[in-house]
Design a binder for this molecule. Structure first.
Ligand code: FES
Length: 152
């Protein structure tokens, strides 16, 4: 059964009519038109769907909307736009970190979360923050370079 659910996404309040058990990812993409977060595995394993919830990374494919409450959700769209990319987004562009690009939402959101809690991460910190984000193209070196660049 559908219900009114209020979500704070990218500093805007949204009311959606949805089954409260629906994964946050579906609501972001289907109801709010935010396609930054990607559907990869749907099982919380690949990281493609990552968003920030109160600044912490969360896998939106396995978080029901009813679990969000009043917490602030930030998606890739909340970090910047194509005309005015955020600092982390710009670093990924500068380092040409995309091949197919499917994993980059998760890589960028995990980087954003890392830098929020640790503005000067070590190499080990960076690798730990990204270790459960899967990239099938193998652009890991460029991605690591982008994170280092964003941290400078
Ligand atoms: Fe959510 Fe893979 S789609 S972790």
């Amino acid at each position: 059964t559908s219900r009114h659910v209020i979500l704070n996404v990218n500093d805007h309040s949204h009311v959606v009519e949805v089954n409260p058990d629906t994964p946050l990812l579906y609501v972001l993409r289907n109801d709010l038109g935010l396609n930054g977060p990607k559907f990869g595995c749907g099982l919380g394993e690949c990281g493609a769907c990552t968003v920030l919830v109160d600044g912490l990374p969360a896998r939106s494919c396995v978080v029901p909307v009813k679990g969000i409450g009043t917490r602030r959700v930030t998606t890739l769209e909340g970090l910047g736009t194509s005309e005015s990319p955020g600092l982390v987004q710009q670093a990924f562009i500068d380092q040409q970190a995309a091949q197919c690009g499917y994993c980059l939402n998760g890589m960028i959101m995990a980087t954003q979360a890392l830098l929020l809690r640790n503005p000067s991460p070590s190499e080990a910190d960076i690798r730990q923050a990204l270790q459960y984000h899967l990239c099938r193209c193998g652009t890991h070196m460029e991605i690591l370079a982008a994170v280092r660049c964003a941290a400078e």
